[in-house]
Design a binder for this molecule. Sequence first.
Ligand SMILES: Cc1ncc(COP(=O)(O)O)c(C=O)c1O
Length: 402
Amino acid sequence: MEYRYSGRMANLNGTATREIFKLLGDPEIISFAGGNPAIECLPTARVKEITNEITSSQDFARILQYGLTAGFPEFRELLAEYVKTAGINGAKTENILVISGGQQGIDLALKTFIDPGDVILVENPTYLAFLQIANSYEAVCKGVDSESDGLDLADLERKIKKYDPKILYCVPTFSNPTGKTYSAEKRKAIAEMTAKYGVIVIEDDPYGKLRFKGEYIPSIKSMDKAGNVIFVSSFSKIISPGNRTGVACAAPELIRKMEICKQGTDLHTPNLSQMITYEYLKRGYLASDLERAVKIYGKKKAAMSSAIAKYMPEEFECTDPDGGLFIWGKFPKGIDAVKLLPEAVKRKVAYIQGSVFFAEPEGTENYIRLNYSYANEEQIDVGIKRLGDMFKEQIANLKGRK
Ligand SMILES: Cc1ncc(COP(=O)(O)O)c(C=O)c1O
């Protein structure tokens, strides 16, 4: 059978992360590749307790029935309160859409706005799966330069004028892949500039609560006066990725459009998943679990930073995040982290080549992303030593060739 695929499939490949996941079945491989929360941070006992209560309650049949596309009303009400933790005050139920993870929020926003050929601005580098989703809607992604405290505002304005983009996508707090956070000043400037030029902002915030150092900074959405910012957050990294729940907060008109798009995607987020997250938040479990998780991530990040200082070549430069799950690193030009990945896997350690996070990847093969949440501290030390040995050999070869 010759299958007659849609034209958009020509640009779509499985993401590098998903391909790497297939390798991770080998227990000897130390993985810095994924973005999984630490297994010890998953609240198994509390979710079991909640699930047992839900499944033995009188109105369990309600959970087995179809639900409303926008989500359970009591959950939406609670989420309108919850977004205050990102500085978003005054949200009402009509500003809230329950989503099946942040990934779906991104997908629904693009489904709402993007026609083939529309331009989306993204940070250089950005979340790999965002590029995939944009590709599936046949958008054209253009990269905006990045500085240590967020987007380069001059480059952003230049590219808004040049490309007339419909959307700016960004991860302003503990970005994937860099771990960087935008300053409050930059957030305010982004809110103002995008409002002035009529650009929609998708503010993706799956990591904002995972701060182990430094000061909290309010979201771009909290500075949105024009109604052009769609805030997307997720419970994947702070409760459970397998439970697939998240929240989108935007102007009621946009929420209504995304809700219509969601009808065609999954009708609604599974009722059991919604009720688990709802009860977990209502019972106040998040604060104590987060406090513990953040301590664990802070320690793992410190273990990775010190292993990098000990074992990586001195030419390696990397970020020093205050939260989130990732360190982003750069080798000198000539080191090809794309080609070296199979060699690393042979040495039983995995990272992600940084080039996959760029809208325009030419010349970016010297970057890598390292995840520190999944491996334990001992594995972090052993794994970074394996990487350090490999890259030191490569740098010595490179110098020998010059
Ligand atoms: C920046 C970013 N956005 C969105 C997601 C999607 O997560 P989920 O759909 O599980 O909320 C991830 C997951 O790693 C991410 O890193």
